[in-house]
Every structure is written in structure tokens, then in C-alpha cells.
Design a protein. Structure first.
Length: 159
């Protein structure tokens, strides 16, 4: 019997033993410097994304800074933090399709420099719609899209 595919919510709930803080080894130090890094739990990333209020924004980099600080690490892993934000976005879209309330407003979490993440559910069209509904202007640069003046709308993510 084939294994059933996990829902996005199940993927979000599966901590896989994270969070985990590790030493930055020699192979990673060229890119990340020295010290320690944290791989957060997927739910931690989702919970942080949920704190961004309507009309405000955050970036994956800002999430990483808070996660690193919370775990006493030098940095939070950029790869897994981005993947877990992507999982949180898909879990929220799955919940919205099921008509659930109080889902993660994933469109408020941007890539570096205020760029919209085309890999989020609904792609650029949905992100533009949601962000404009919250009062943001979107500008296109080549094939990429950005929130104009995003830095003026960043949420302060606390601990």
C-alpha cells in the first residue's frame, strides 16, 4: 500500500528534531563566518510569520535574526528558514482553501530587498493582490517584483 502524502499542515507540525544549534564548520565558514547556527523548527518560523500585523512586512532575513537571537546562535540557517517559510505559506493556503480562519498571512514575508516570493501559493498575482489590499505598492524590475518602500513598513519582531 503506498504511503499517503502528508498535508502541508502535517509538514509544518513535523519538527524533525529541530530546533538544533550547531557549530559552523570549516566548509560553511566561507559563506557564514564563524560561530554557531540554528536550524529552527518549522512551527517556529510559522509562529514568527504570524506576528506580522496587517499593513506591515518582514523579510526572511529579519526572521533569521530573531531566530538566531532566540537560540543564542550567530545565525539562523538561510536555507531551512526559507524552506520552512515556504511550508508555512503552503499550510496557510491549504487552510484557506478549507475555509479556516486565522491563517498565516504569508504574503507579508518577503525575500531580501522586499522582493515578492514567486514560489509562494498563488504566485505573484495573489501576492500583489493581497499586498495592495493592505496598502502597499508593487513595482516590477525585470521579471522580479518588489514592495515599494518596504523598509518603511517593516514590523518589529520581538522575542
Amino acid at each position: 500500500m503506498p504511503a499517503t502524502k502528508k498535508t502541508w499542515r502535517q509538514k509544518l507540525e513535523d519538527s524533525k528534531g529541530f530546533p538544533k544549534v550547531s557549530k559552523i564548520d570549516a566548509s560553511m565558514s566561507k559563506r557564514w563566518g564563524t560561530g554557531t547556527f540554528v536550524i529552527p523548527a518549522p512551527r517556529e518560523v510559522d509562529k514568527l510569520m504570524r506576528t506580522v500585523p496587517r499593513g506591515k512586512l518582514t523579510t526572511i532575513d529579519d526572521l533569521r535574526k530573531v531566530l538566531a537571537r532566540r537560540h543564542g546562535a550567530t545565525i539562523a540557517c538561510p536555507i531551512t528558514t526559507g524552506i520552512f517559510a515556504w511550508i508555512a505559506a503552503h499550510a496557510a493556503a491549504e487552510a484557506m482553501e478549507a475555509k479556516r480562519k486565522n491563517t498565516t498571512a504569508f504574503w507579508r514575508t518577503l525575500k531580501t530587498g522586499g522582493e515578492l516570493n514567486p514560489k509562494y501559493p498563488g504566485g505573484i498575482p495573489l501576492l500583489k493582490l493581497k499586498l495592495r489590499a493592505e496598502g502597499h505598492s508593487i513595482k516590477q524590475k525585470g521579471k522580479r517584483f518588489f514592495v515599494e518602500g518596504f523598509a518603511d513598513h517593516l514590523a518589529v519582531l520581538g522575542d
